[in-house]
Ligand binder design. Structure first.
Ligand code: PMP
Length: 386
């Protein structure tokens, strides 16, 4: 018998109260009862995104909102700066190309975070760029960018800043309005502790101005339509009723914990995970490690893809392997969403067992102990600072 345990950067495990809410009898969406739920969800999303601007939702995975941010803000032949340092940065370029956008690419090695000065230079060289597309946590490399600095740079230009926070929402500090982020996209199956199936996009005032000018094709993913319906607490098409209900419960849990505490919890669990893998003599892959997921280099002599498969098949534990050129070279352990301290110890214990059985010598307990010590140090520090 194996219990299933997810430590993947989406989908994530979800709280039972969210599952139960999703399983309730279906409501019709054009009823006061559903409208009340939708109203709460739309308001709570603004809280989680830290914005007073509207956030709208689509029945799609996160990529649907990414696509909407291209097809609604730009026109054919427009120029956009795409920051790419992994699979999801590459997705911005693919989307841009699919819509005939001229992509100015800032390409970085996997594991690196963009230096905002590179973006400043690109904006000076391309003053006609309409938008900058960035990824807050590049999930494929477990790397986080400095969004405050990036926001400051882009704000000096006429371009809008669009941020993929599909995996980062709730896990990384994100202050949309305060940091001058025009558009943020996300999805349900990550920090929001929900099943897959909902995509979100916040649309700031500067971005709203672009909507009327955009001539790219769109229909279901029209932000103008979605925003217009939102004014009446409605959606243009049938919403994913059960998911919206579940989201209401998930957002309530986040409200109760407080978004700043949610960010803090992710930061503490991320540092414990890094300490854990380092406690086994492993090396953290990223130059700027995220609070969403931790990637470590697979030690010499171990088959990375085989290790991930072994952990899943033998222990019921899902880690993520490397993608693209990192296939087999890194393993990613997520600490995202409905995760607490004891979950991290389980993940570290599973890692120790799997490495031992797959040809890498471990001192049993070393990863668990290092993670426990990191959390103990963290709680001692927070007691001192009150
Ligand atoms: N961007 C990032 C940073 C992601 O982590 C993901 C999902 N792993 C996506 C985009 C794509 O989201 P989805 O699979 O929900 O379309």
């Amino acid at each position: 018998m194996n219990k299933k345990r997810l430590f993947t950067p989406g989908p994530v495990s979800i709280p039972p109260e969210v599952s139960l809410k999703c399983a309730e009898p279906i409501l019709h969406h054009r009823t006061p009862e559903f409208q009340k739920i939708l109203k709460g969800v739309l308001e709570d999303l603004q809280y989680v995104f830290q914005t007073s601007e509207p956030v709208v939702l689509f029945a799609a995975s996160g990529t649907g909102a990414m696509e909407a941010s291209v097809s609604n803000l730009l026109s054919a032949g427009d120029k956009a700066i795409m920051i790419s340092a992994g699979k999801f940065g590459e997705r911005w370029i693919e989307l841009g190309k699919a819509y005939g956008v001229e992509c100015v690419v800032i390409e970085l090695e996997y594991g690196q975070a963009v230096d905002p000065q590179q973006v400043e230079t690109a904006l000076k060289e391309h003053p006609d760029a309409k938008a900058v597309y960035a990824t807050l946590c590049e999930t494929s490399t477990a790397t986080r960018i400095d969004l405050v600095a990036l926001g400051n740079v882009v704000r000096q230009s006429d371009a809008v800043l669009v941020v993929d926070a599909v995996s980062a929402l709730c896990a990384e500090e994100l202050r949309t309005d305060e940091w001058g982020i025009d558009v943020v996209v996300s999805g349900s199956q990550k920090g929001l502790m929900m099943p897959p199936g909902l995509a979100f996009i916040s649309v700031g005032a500067r971005a709203q101005k672009l909507l009327g000018q955009s001539n790219l094709p769109k229909y279901y993913f029209s932000l103008e339509k979605a925003l217009k319906s939102r004014e009446k607490t409605d959606t243009p098409f049938t919403p994913a009723v059960s998911l919206v209900k579940g989201l209401g419960t998930a957002l309530q849990l986040i409200r109760e914990e407080g978004i700043e505490n949610v960010w803090k919890r992710h930061a503490v669990l991320a540092s414990a995970t890094r300490a854990g893998v380092q406690g086994l003599g492993l090396e953290v892959f990223s130059q700027a490690p995220s609070n969403v997921v931790t990637a470590f280099n697979v030690p010499e002599g171990v088959d990375g893809a085989g290790l991930v498969k072994w952990i899943r098949d033998k222990l019921g534990v899902s880690f993520a392997g490397g993608q693209g050129s990192l296939k087999g070279k890194i393993v990613r352990v997520a600490h995202l969403g409905w995760v607490d301290e004891l979950d991290i110890y389980q993940a570290m214990s599973a890692l120790e067992i799997a490495l031992d059985r797959n040809g890498y010598h471990v001192e049993f307990g070393a990863a668990v102990r290092a993670a426990e010590e990191a959390i103990a140090a963290e709680s001692a520090a927070s007691v001192e600072t009150g």
